[in-house]
Design a protein around this ligand. Structure first.
Ligand code: SF4
Ligand code: SF4
Ligand code: FES
Length: 241
Protein backbone atom coordinates (compact mmCIF):
# COMPACT_ATOMS: atom_id res chain seq x y z
CA UNK A 1 0.00 0.00 0.00
CA UNK A 2 1.39 3.44 -0.90
CA UNK A 3 0.82 6.47 1.28
CA UNK A 4 -0.25 9.66 -0.47
CA UNK A 5 2.28 12.43 -0.04
CA UNK A 6 2.50 16.13 -0.57
CA UNK A 7 5.49 17.91 -2.18
CA UNK A 8 6.26 20.82 0.09
CA UNK A 9 8.75 23.54 -0.88
CA UNK A 10 9.89 25.37 2.23
CA UNK A 11 12.02 28.53 2.34
CA UNK A 12 15.34 27.84 4.09
CA UNK A 13 17.88 30.42 5.26
CA UNK A 14 17.70 34.22 5.39
CA UNK A 15 16.91 36.74 2.66
CA UNK A 16 19.39 35.03 0.33
CA UNK A 17 18.05 31.54 1.05
CA UNK A 18 16.44 28.99 -1.26
CA UNK A 19 13.53 26.54 -1.35
CA UNK A 20 14.04 22.95 -0.17
CA UNK A 21 11.44 20.37 -1.15
CA UNK A 22 10.20 17.68 1.23
CA UNK A 23 7.71 14.81 0.90
CA UNK A 24 5.16 14.91 3.68
CA UNK A 25 2.46 12.25 4.28
CA UNK A 26 -1.00 13.53 3.45
CA UNK A 27 -3.47 13.33 6.35
CA UNK A 28 -7.13 14.11 6.75
CA UNK A 29 -7.86 17.58 8.17
CA UNK A 30 -4.17 18.47 8.06
CA UNK A 31 -3.29 22.15 8.41
CA UNK A 32 -0.33 23.92 6.82
CA UNK A 33 1.10 24.32 10.34
CA UNK A 34 0.83 20.53 10.80
CA UNK A 35 2.89 20.10 7.61
CA UNK A 36 5.61 22.51 8.79
CA UNK A 37 5.70 20.80 12.19
CA UNK A 38 5.96 17.35 10.55
CA UNK A 39 8.99 18.49 8.53
CA UNK A 40 10.64 19.94 11.62
CA UNK A 41 9.97 16.85 13.78
CA UNK A 42 10.73 14.17 11.19
CA UNK A 43 13.10 15.57 8.56
CA UNK A 44 15.04 18.59 9.79
CA UNK A 45 15.00 19.73 13.42
CA UNK A 46 16.78 22.97 12.47
CA UNK A 47 13.74 24.33 10.58
CA UNK A 48 12.75 27.62 12.25
CA UNK A 49 9.17 28.85 12.42
CA UNK A 50 6.81 30.44 14.91
CA UNK A 51 3.48 29.43 16.42
CA UNK A 52 1.83 29.37 19.84
CA UNK A 53 -1.92 28.77 20.16
CA UNK A 54 -2.72 26.63 17.06
CA UNK A 55 -6.33 27.89 17.16
CA UNK A 56 -6.29 31.32 15.53
CA UNK A 57 -5.86 33.33 18.72
CA UNK A 58 -2.25 34.51 18.84
CA UNK A 59 -1.45 35.43 15.23
CA UNK A 60 2.14 34.17 15.43
CA UNK A 61 1.91 31.42 12.78
CA UNK A 62 1.35 33.66 9.74
CA UNK A 63 3.36 32.66 6.66
CA UNK A 64 3.12 32.92 2.88
CA UNK A 65 1.32 29.84 1.53
CA UNK A 66 1.27 29.40 -2.24
CA UNK A 67 1.92 33.13 -2.58
CA UNK A 68 -0.74 34.34 -0.15
CA UNK A 69 -0.31 35.43 3.51
CA UNK A 70 -2.34 33.22 5.86
CA UNK A 71 -2.59 31.89 9.39
CA UNK A 72 -1.08 28.44 8.88
CA UNK A 73 -2.86 26.93 11.89
CA UNK A 74 -6.26 27.76 10.38
CA UNK A 75 -5.47 26.87 6.78
CA UNK A 76 -6.30 23.34 5.73
CA UNK A 77 -3.99 21.74 3.20
CA UNK A 78 -6.99 20.44 1.25
CA UNK A 79 -8.08 24.02 0.64
CA UNK A 80 -4.78 25.40 -0.67
CA UNK A 81 -2.65 22.56 -2.11
CA UNK A 82 -2.36 22.70 -5.90
CA UNK A 83 -1.76 19.36 -7.68
CA UNK A 84 -0.31 17.88 -4.47
CA UNK A 85 2.11 20.79 -3.94
CA UNK A 86 2.54 23.50 -1.35
CA UNK A 87 5.04 26.36 -1.25
CA UNK A 88 5.62 27.89 2.17
CA UNK A 89 7.68 31.03 2.80
CA UNK A 90 7.98 33.66 5.55
CA UNK A 91 5.63 36.66 5.54
CA UNK A 92 6.49 39.23 2.87
CA UNK A 93 7.37 42.91 3.50
CA UNK A 94 9.39 41.96 6.59
CA UNK A 95 13.05 40.94 7.04
CA UNK A 96 13.64 37.18 7.31
CA UNK A 97 15.27 35.98 10.53
CA UNK A 98 15.63 32.39 9.34
CA UNK A 99 13.53 29.94 7.33
CA UNK A 100 9.83 30.70 8.01
CA UNK A 101 10.39 33.17 10.85
CA UNK A 102 9.93 36.80 9.74
CA UNK A 103 11.25 39.62 11.89
CA UNK A 104 8.18 41.49 13.22
CA UNK A 105 10.25 44.40 14.61
CA UNK A 106 9.38 46.94 11.85
CA UNK A 107 5.70 45.97 12.14
CA UNK A 108 5.59 46.75 15.87
CA UNK A 109 7.79 49.83 15.56
CA UNK A 110 5.22 51.26 13.15
CA UNK A 111 2.45 50.38 15.59
CA UNK A 112 4.29 52.55 18.13
CA UNK A 113 4.98 55.30 15.54
CA UNK A 114 1.22 55.49 14.92
CA UNK A 115 0.77 56.09 18.68
CA UNK A 116 -1.02 52.77 19.07
CA UNK A 117 -0.70 52.88 22.87
CA UNK A 118 -3.61 53.98 25.07
CA UNK A 119 -3.00 57.38 26.75
CA UNK A 120 -5.19 57.58 29.88
CA UNK A 121 -7.14 60.79 30.48
CA UNK A 122 -8.13 59.96 34.07
CA UNK A 123 -6.41 58.97 37.27
CA UNK A 124 -7.20 55.79 39.24
CA UNK A 125 -9.27 57.83 41.67
CA UNK A 126 -11.65 59.22 39.03
CA UNK A 127 -14.77 57.25 38.05
CA UNK A 128 -14.65 55.07 34.94
CA UNK A 129 -16.26 56.64 31.87
CA UNK A 130 -19.68 55.23 30.90
CA UNK A 131 -19.83 54.42 27.17
CA UNK A 132 -23.11 53.07 25.84
CA UNK A 133 -23.08 50.24 23.25
CA UNK A 134 -24.91 52.40 20.69
CA UNK A 135 -22.39 55.24 20.90
CA UNK A 136 -21.13 55.93 17.32
CA UNK A 137 -17.48 56.30 18.33
CA UNK A 138 -17.63 53.06 20.30
CA UNK A 139 -19.11 51.24 17.33
CA UNK A 140 -16.29 52.59 15.11
CA UNK A 141 -13.68 51.38 17.63
CA UNK A 142 -15.41 48.00 18.03
CA UNK A 143 -15.16 47.36 14.29
CA UNK A 144 -11.36 47.23 14.44
CA UNK A 145 -10.61 46.21 18.03
CA UNK A 146 -10.28 42.43 17.48
CA UNK A 147 -6.98 42.76 15.56
CA UNK A 148 -4.39 40.31 16.93
CA UNK A 149 -1.38 41.81 15.11
CA UNK A 150 -0.68 38.79 12.97
CA UNK A 151 0.85 40.89 10.16
CA UNK A 152 -1.15 39.21 7.36
CA UNK A 153 -2.56 42.54 6.13
CA UNK A 154 0.89 44.15 6.33
CA UNK A 155 2.34 41.37 4.16
CA UNK A 156 -0.52 41.78 1.66
CA UNK A 157 -0.21 45.56 1.30
CA UNK A 158 1.47 46.80 -1.89
CA UNK A 159 1.96 50.27 -0.43
CA UNK A 160 4.09 48.76 2.36
CA UNK A 161 6.07 46.97 -0.37
CA UNK A 162 6.70 50.19 -2.33
CA UNK A 163 7.12 52.60 0.59
CA UNK A 164 9.08 51.30 3.56
CA UNK A 165 7.99 54.34 5.60
CA UNK A 166 4.28 53.54 5.25
CA UNK A 167 2.84 52.69 8.67
CA UNK A 168 0.64 49.96 7.21
CA UNK A 169 -2.94 48.74 7.75
CA UNK A 170 -2.63 47.20 11.22
CA UNK A 171 -0.92 50.20 12.88
CA UNK A 172 -3.39 52.62 11.29
CA UNK A 173 -6.35 50.43 12.23
CA UNK A 174 -5.11 50.45 15.83
CA UNK A 175 -4.73 54.25 15.74
CA UNK A 176 -8.34 54.53 14.52
CA UNK A 177 -9.67 52.44 17.42
CA UNK A 178 -7.92 54.81 19.87
CA UNK A 179 -9.06 57.95 18.02
CA UNK A 180 -12.58 56.71 18.78
CA UNK A 181 -11.89 55.86 22.42
CA UNK A 182 -13.33 58.72 24.49
CA UNK A 183 -11.19 57.67 27.49
CA UNK A 184 -7.97 58.36 25.57
CA UNK A 185 -6.09 61.67 25.78
CA UNK A 186 -3.47 61.08 23.08
CA UNK A 187 -5.27 62.19 19.93
CA UNK A 188 -3.33 65.38 19.13
CA UNK A 189 -0.06 63.42 18.94
CA UNK A 190 -1.78 60.43 17.28
CA UNK A 191 -3.48 62.46 14.55
CA UNK A 192 -0.23 64.34 13.90
CA UNK A 193 1.61 61.01 13.57
CA UNK A 194 -0.89 59.39 11.22
CA UNK A 195 -1.26 62.54 9.08
CA UNK A 196 2.52 62.76 8.45
CA UNK A 197 4.36 61.29 5.43
CA UNK A 198 3.93 57.50 5.46
CA UNK A 199 0.63 57.83 7.33
CA UNK A 200 -3.00 57.33 6.36
CA UNK A 201 -2.87 59.58 3.27
CA UNK A 202 -0.35 57.20 1.64
CA UNK A 203 -2.97 54.41 1.54
CA UNK A 204 -4.20 53.63 -1.98
CA UNK A 205 -7.48 52.11 -0.71
CA UNK A 206 -7.14 48.98 -2.84
CA UNK A 207 -8.41 46.82 0.06
CA UNK A 208 -5.90 44.01 -0.13
CA UNK A 209 -5.64 44.24 3.68
CA UNK A 210 -9.37 43.71 4.07
CA UNK A 211 -9.42 40.88 1.57
CA UNK A 212 -6.67 38.95 3.40
CA UNK A 213 -7.48 39.64 7.08
CA UNK A 214 -8.38 36.25 8.63
CA UNK A 215 -10.70 38.02 11.09
CA UNK A 216 -12.55 39.86 8.29
CA UNK A 217 -11.56 43.22 9.74
CA UNK A 218 -11.52 46.20 7.40
CA UNK A 219 -8.39 48.34 7.89
CA UNK A 220 -9.24 50.23 4.67
CA UNK A 221 -12.38 51.59 6.36
CA UNK A 222 -10.39 52.53 9.47
CA UNK A 223 -7.83 54.36 7.30
CA UNK A 224 -10.62 56.16 5.44
CA UNK A 225 -11.88 57.29 8.86
CA UNK A 226 -8.40 58.59 9.72
CA UNK A 227 -8.22 60.48 6.42
CA UNK A 228 -11.49 62.26 7.24
CA UNK A 229 -10.57 62.86 10.89
CA UNK A 230 -7.08 64.27 10.14
CA UNK A 231 -8.58 66.65 7.56
CA UNK A 232 -11.09 67.87 10.15
CA UNK A 233 -8.25 68.29 12.65
CA UNK A 234 -6.35 70.50 10.15
CA UNK A 235 -9.40 72.63 9.47
CA UNK A 236 -10.11 73.03 13.18
CA UNK A 237 -6.46 73.92 13.89
CA UNK A 238 -6.01 70.85 16.16
CA UNK A 239 -2.95 69.72 14.20
CA UNK A 240 -0.49 71.63 12.02
CA UNK A 241 0.19 70.88 8.32
S1 SF4 B 1 -6.04 43.64 10.78
FE1 SF4 B 1 -6.38 41.41 10.51
S2 SF4 B 1 -4.68 40.77 9.18
FE2 SF4 B 1 -4.12 42.77 9.99
S3 SF4 B 1 -2.86 42.32 11.79
FE3 SF4 B 1 -5.00 42.60 12.49
S4 SF4 B 1 -5.88 40.54 12.52
FE4 SF4 B 1 -4.01 40.42 11.29
S1 SF4 C 1 -6.16 49.63 1.44
FE1 SF4 C 1 -4.36 50.81 2.12
S2 SF4 C 1 -3.55 49.64 3.87
FE2 SF4 C 1 -5.00 48.27 2.78
S3 SF4 C 1 -3.72 47.06 1.40
FE3 SF4 C 1 -4.41 48.87 0.25
S4 SF4 C 1 -2.81 50.48 0.53
FE4 SF4 C 1 -2.49 48.84 2.08
S1 FES D 1 -0.69 29.50 16.13
FE1 FES D 1 -1.83 31.13 17.04
S2 FES D 1 -2.96 31.96 15.35
FE2 FES D 1 -1.93 30.25 14.49
Amino acid sequence: MTTATLDVSVWRGGAQGRYETYQVPLRENQTVLDVVTWVQRNLDATLSYRFACRVGMCGSCAMTVNGRPRWTCRTHVAKVAKHGRLTIAPLENLPVIKDLAADMTPFFEKWQAAKGVFAPSKTREQPVEQITPDNAARRAADAGIECINCGVCYAACDTVRWNSDYLGPAALNRAWTLVNDVRDAGNAARLTAVAAAGGCHACHSHQSCQEHCPLALNPTASIAGLKRRTLQAYLRGEIKP
